[in-house]
Design a protein around this ligand. Sequence first.
Ligand code: 3H9
Length: 694
Amino acid sequence: MAHTETVRYSVEDGIALVRIVNPPVNALSAAVRAGLVEAARRATDDPAVVAMVIAAEGRTFIAGADITEFGKPPVPPILPHAIAALEDVPKPVVAAIGGAALGGGLEVALGCHARIAAPAARLGLPEIKLGLIPGAGGTQRLPRLIGAVAALRLMTDGSPIDAAAALALGMIDAIAEGDLLPAAIARARALAASAAAPRRSRDATSLGPREAFEAEAAALLGRHADNPSVAAAIEAVRACYSVPFEQGMEQERAAFRRLLDDPRSQALRYVFFAERASARVPRLPPGTAARPVTQAAVIGAGTMGGGIAMCFANAGIPVTLIETSAEALASGIERVGSTYDISVRRGSLAPEARAARMALITGKVGLDAAADADLVVEAVFEEMALKREVFAALDCIARPGAVLATNTSYLDVNAIAAATGRPQDVLGMHFFSPANVMKLLEVVRGAATSAEALATAVQIGSRLAKVPVVVGVCHGFVGNRMLAARSVQAERLLIEGALPQDVDAAITGFGFRMGPFAMSDLAGLDIGWRIRKATGKTAPVADALCEAGRFGQKTGKGYYLYQPGDRTPRPDPEVARLIEAVSARLGIARRPIAAAEIVERLIYPMINEGARILDEGIAARPGDIDVVWLHGYNWPAWRGGPMHHADSIGLAEVAARLAAFAAQSGDASLAPAPLLQRLAARGEGFATLREAAA
Ligand code: 3H9
């Protein structure tokens, strides 16, 4: 008999079967919570019911609380109460875990009296990834069930474990052999027949010694000193030792609610949805089908091309790596092999897997080898004439319908497409360095790119385990265009009074793992120098460093000094003198610049550029820009991305600061962009655009 749409209740042979049907992931919405409470009441009241089984439809068991409800006033029954209702049923309640049991989903299972899982089930407490801790008893029941140390590790790591590991920990009672539901029903019946009182996780006694917990807590705090969720998780688990269960539940709830309001959690929840939204390609006609890709080709076996070929091989897709000479090809293949060797030495890749991946990469000399490919990625030198030459040749070689992608970082994809007679099949696939590591893939939609070609590139991006974001054509697309705005300011800050270490410290203090100058040293300063010389541009400090032979880590010195074999950037007095000389030459009186100003000077112009990018339709959603920065440039996730960060500050404030920077420097490009001004004037944020676009 159906009870509600999302929670279906039926009784068969004395077993109450509760099925959660709340696609796509059976999140614990208010309706599901109410359905669970009602099911618990009915099973308790019905004398014909001897036990209850809780199962869910679809690929997941329960993916947790409904994250879309967070930040809104809680609708009763709250999840801890719904779980208490299940736990208080005086008859055995068995959870049948068929897929992922995450967060509140695992907490529901912990509230049951027994747990049986399918072999493919995954169980975890990922709340930490949303800047939270478990808030429905996970911090109180799990430590009592499997031990405080193991529970704390699970909730501070956030990654799920498989059924076998969960069984070994004592988190579940059995793994179903054969079909899950009959196995769960059989177990429920056996428990009912045993006439023992239902076994509640809250009464379990496996907490373990407090000393071991405190040692684990100290180690975690050492590694995550700046993460408030880790500290809160430790506090919550510690309560298992010091206060009764009910009081521990109250403390957990209070900490959970406090973290919900923390801007870090708000940003991380924003990122969760922005990442999923960016996977939806804007303006794609319904029913557009991606073309099948069973064979790929990569042109250019340099660092980038080799890394891209590895992405295909890692995903099990055969790929031809093409070069112009046998020597260049041999060294490219060798570089790929030694990159895999590093993974084998580290233990992250089995030698057999390395061999299987290398076997998927076939080296060939000459473009003719691209003839069989369904997708060709060009990764030759960043030069328009050369790229057009390659595409004109490809036009004669590639099979009809093949998607032809350029891995350009800056160049006009439309001009490259125009070198072919099939611009509808041409687009950009901008990988980030190192291509086999970085998650971001900017998929550049040209003016003539067809919907099918675009869908193919996005789908293949996901198959390569990348985060594909569709962007439009402009110099540098989304990421590098915004980075350029930051680089101009970084150079100016040096001339006005800061040193590289001041700028880098300010930006790492903001949350980036690396500052712009340490990053430049890593990437090499000579490439930018060459481009500036070719385009008649200057950057006085960067140019002076290059003229002094300081190209970054590769020459042992750049903005910093490097000891042989050591990548630690060390401030160099010679660089300070060089920068001071540049300031003097330009007649600029140096002044101390506070970290807060450095951060604003670097980040607000990026936001401004982001506003222009949105206005021009180069990015479809502010969230897409944020995803680009999170996965391509290591923007700290807990700050949500530049556009979310702007919203959290308030656009009126950002616009006012930009106007002040423009006035001080006389640089009109720093004046707030029209979109930023409009939104600021209306008291709105970029998020209002996101909602409009979604
Ligand atoms: C929690 O439980 C707190 C409790 O301790 C205490 C509470 C008091 N809510 O990822 P996908 C949507 S905190 C709402 O593409 P997959 C998602 O937005 C929660 N919506 O699928 C997407 O929507 P759309 C702890 C959710 O197969 C669609 O479902 N739990 C939720 O690649 C498909 O998602 C977590 O953090 C949700 N909880 O991966 C788990 N989850 O199609 C979060 C998903 O409109 N979820 N959606 O874009 C996941 O990790 C993955 O979604 C999962 C499936 C592995 C389940």
